[in-house]
Design a protein around this ligand. Sequence first.
Ligand SMILES: Nc1nc2c(c(=O)[nH]1)N[C@H]1C(S)=C(S)[C@@H](COP(=O)(O)O)O[C@H]1N2
Ligand SMILES: [Mo]
Length: 167
Amino acid sequence: MLRPILVASFVLGASAQSSGSLPPAPHDRVILTVSGDIGCTNQGEDAVFDLSGLDSLGSDVIHTTTKWTEGRQIFEGVRIDTLLDAVCADAGTLRAIAINEYEVGIPLDDRMLEGALIAYRRNGAPMTLREKGPLWIVFPWDQDDSFRNEAYYSRSVWQLDRIEVIE
Ligand SMILES: Nc1nc2c(c(=O)[nH]1)N[C@H]1C(S)=C(S)[C@@H](COP(=O)(O)O)O[C@H]1N2
Ligand SMILES: [Mo]
């Protein structure tokens, strides 16, 4: 009687882990689509997120000024390594594509994985399109001047819409 229960819970535990921490397909408006070389999906071949789905991955905060805003900002969002874990990806590069079709290839060095946030709230509120939302890739610019150069500015994609995971 005991054994089958133990086996069943072990299998459940194992499958929960292999599906990352991907939330179910969203009910609300999709704000991020992740495609490409990903192991965990929730809609066809993609992993799609609404705001609460992104929130469910766990968030981090960056306090910084930016080139594009006035005064110190509080950005809240998901780290790129956390997002990659959720979609079961072990990527070398991302292609980030904005709503205006601006796109940039982002090599995933440690600084990108640990320093960058895909921000979905600024100063406590979701960002509208006009405020460079709903998603904006931001860096701790004030904390580390090595983020204050063209390479990282070009990765500071606002109105981020989709991410393609490459290898
Ligand atoms: N959505 C979106 N994000 C973007 C861009 C863009 O055109 N669209 N340009 C990028 C590039 S190449 C850089 S250098 C900075 C440009 O910011 P600036 O034009 O305000 O200096 O934003 C980046 N983020
Ligand atoms: Mo740029």
